[in-house]
Design a protein around this ligand. Sequence first.
Ligand code: ZN
Length: 699
Amino acid sequence: MSTSDLADNPLLVTDGLPRFDRIKPEHIVPAIHKILADASARFDEIEKNVKPTWASAVESLDELNTPFQYGWSPVSHFLGVLNSPELRKAHEEVLPEVVTFSLRVSQSEPAYRALKELKEGPAWASLSGPQRRIVDHKLLDAELAGIGLTGEKRERFNAIAQEMSQVTTDFSNHVLDATKAFSITLTDPADVEGLPPSLLRLASQAHNSTLEGDQTLGTEEAGPWRFTLEFPSFGPFMQHSRRRDLREKMYRAYVTRAASGDWDNSPLITKILALRTEEAQLLGFSTFAELSLAKKMAPSVEMVGAMFKTLRDASWSAAHRELDEVRALAAESGAELGQGGQPLMNWDIAFWSERLREKKFQFTDEELRPYFPLESVLKGMFSLAERIFGIHVSPADGEAPVWHKDVRFFRVSNDSGKQIAAFYLDPYSRPENKRGGAWMDDCLGRKFLHGKLQLPVAHLICNSTPPAGGKPSLMTFREVETLFHEFGHGLQHMLTTVDYADAAGINGVEWDAVELPSQFMENWCYHRPTLLGLSAHYETGQPLPEDLFEKLCAARTFQAGLAMLRQLLFGMTDMALHGSYSPTAGESIFEVQRRISEQTSVLPLLPEDRSLCAFTHIFSGGYAAGYYSYKWAEVLSADAFSAFEEAGLENEQAIARIGRRFRDTVLAEGGSRHPMEVFKDFRGREPNPQALLRHNGLA
Ligand code: ZN
């Protein structure tokens, strides 16, 4: 590739907004090679000359990052929103080199020594609180990556890391293989009675995908239908299948996945736990749980345990009542439970819960949709942000390069009219090239370097229903909540006032605190004036009828006790295995889970339950001794919202006052201070789980 081609490469532009309209897969390899070559040369220089000063040990690395923000972040972004085989191929080709370079930077001994000297030397006194926190975080990251170890200990640490990556990969492959190996194929329409059309479509596709050669394709109306243990199939099947015997078969298969034969994960779990304990001890911690918490907001294993206990005690009797209600409905309906009045079993709960939900609330997603056209929802959400945070969001479509015609662009200004941020919104589902789910991503982060301020720009990605058949995009209530959630992450990214990249926005926020602003925003979807204000029937303009709003609120707490206990079983088992389990103490991992289930399952686990063998979150994902974070962050967000409730949700002045305080603490300070201090500044005290329990109807 010649220099003139490089001069034209949009991934090498490093000012303004990324040139999303011009980036093509063929730009990736040459651009990344150029960026890596420049960065490596520059990093050689830095390593040679790095000094124990802020400018040298921190800022010079920030500068190194700019070309990656413009050249590499768009590639990762496009994998999610504009995927194609060409893009994947180019990404795969350069990924290992990018990873190698980033490891080199994060494990650099000279950079680490300079930071360490900075902390211990005279310059430390002149650093601000946020600067010190950034240095401390960098030191901790390097130390947890084993940089402080020498000799045999270092070798052993690296060997553990290698082995862990192998064992955890095997673990997740076993789960995948075992999940794939089981299915039930049905051919008689009587057997699929009651199953929703979306599940039948999925099951028909699943069957057709197994066909070879000239075998005749089935249809979703006439079958055959193939049901699998993947959640989009398993979940709805358990909720809707009237064949109790098949539910039992599916359920038993689900909780014994990857627990026997070639795919048996039990020995891998033992191995993973032993390796993690050893790793923690090499780094000076007594357990892996302590190591995990070293980088989180939760101050100690005991505090996490205390939260578990409060939530568990409040949910226990409610969950029993909820189960009794399910049992009563099942008994009333008689025959379904089989001859001889068999007791309600694990495979009956989802089914009868669904029937109970239908009976109690009698509304469907489809009934609500017409009230939530995207445009009204956005208007209402921006008006809420204006009222509580004093910011103004204005559409600026056409002022920024975009990757798809449906992508919107917005500018955000503060109460004195000054622009402080911008964001892209990619609202609609686009199965052909866009990943499912929803997320917020950082496009550009706020930083002030060499007298120049870079404003934050966010990506908000949703998968809402696109406009069709002359109708605008009509959202389900869940899609509205999701939009609020991602907007909450986006607000923390955009309303930051921190000038250092490593602590601006969501950067540097402990991961058990990251969901605070996002879940906080979701609460407003149940705020009457907000929800009625953003709803407008797409034909009549009428707001959501009062009775539907009431039902929505009532449905929010449906089976909250059972749902809470289910999460606590996962979280407490995770913490016990990583915090106090010892393979020589005479209790197996399954006995640990069973002991915890006695306090958290209102219906006992089956004797053969081996669901731990498929617990990928903690054995092959990033949630080891961290599954509690889901609940921890919910406690924070509910408690933050309760500050508004205490002042009166109908009191606009009070909402505005507290909203500004939330903006100036949680949203503005982000990762520049410890999240507990930030929270206390906002709330005036430490977090309290009572608000979460109250919102769940469990107080
Ligand atoms: Zn989130």
